[in-house]
Design a protein around this ligand. Sequence first.
Ligand SMILES: [Zn+2]
Length: 254
Amino acid sequence: MHPPETYERAVRLRESGVSLARIADQLGLPRGTVAHWIYGSRARHMALLRAKQPVRVCAGCTRDPGDLDDPRAYAYLLGQYLGDGHLVTSARVPVLRVYCANAYPDIIEECRQAMLRVFARSVSIVPRAGCVGVQSYSTHWPHLFPQHGPGPKHRRPISLVNWQQAVVAEQPRALLRGLIHADGCRCINRVTTRGKQYAYPRYLFANESVDILGICGAALDRIGARWRFNRRNSISVATRADVALLDEFIGPKT
Ligand SMILES: [Zn+2]
């Protein structure tokens, strides 16, 4: 019997679009086991459990979720959550978890700080394969991230509720920083034109959810950064002035 963390990690990788073969390699599991988890009776059983269980939220919560101490920290955390986070509501107490790559210790710390500023009393850093889960338990998280629901984000509509739209309209830079930290990069693009090589920095944001791509595009519009889809599931900001604009508040990941 594999620990639930391994199962959860496999499901999570699959949700991010990783192939079964690569998941099996990464977790050191037989491919058949991974296939069973993703497509077999266990997947159906878990989906059923998730659908049946009522989400545990703070009873009689009278907090106005939009009344935030630190809207900038919230917008950043929302970006991280939309990009690479999830809210597990099947546990006894809901847990907000954001995956951050080991390669970027500053981002891990920024994510931890954001959780503390938004609501968390304590945040734990849980090591995974090649990354960590930055996580915090609270019955109030579902009120702060009402986008939670069964299945991966790209298979269900993701829309921001009114108070979130207001926060994002006020803090588009923090949202973009969170989104890029989670699912994007500032990388060097190399192109050859008429035999001459050019290299220039650009920002990319990749996500399988059309809605989340739309949220990213709207925030870029709001700050006046030009962008385009360089692939079906990826947004690119590549002109010099627009890269410079994003450099003012994002920069390379560290
Ligand atoms: Zn609450």
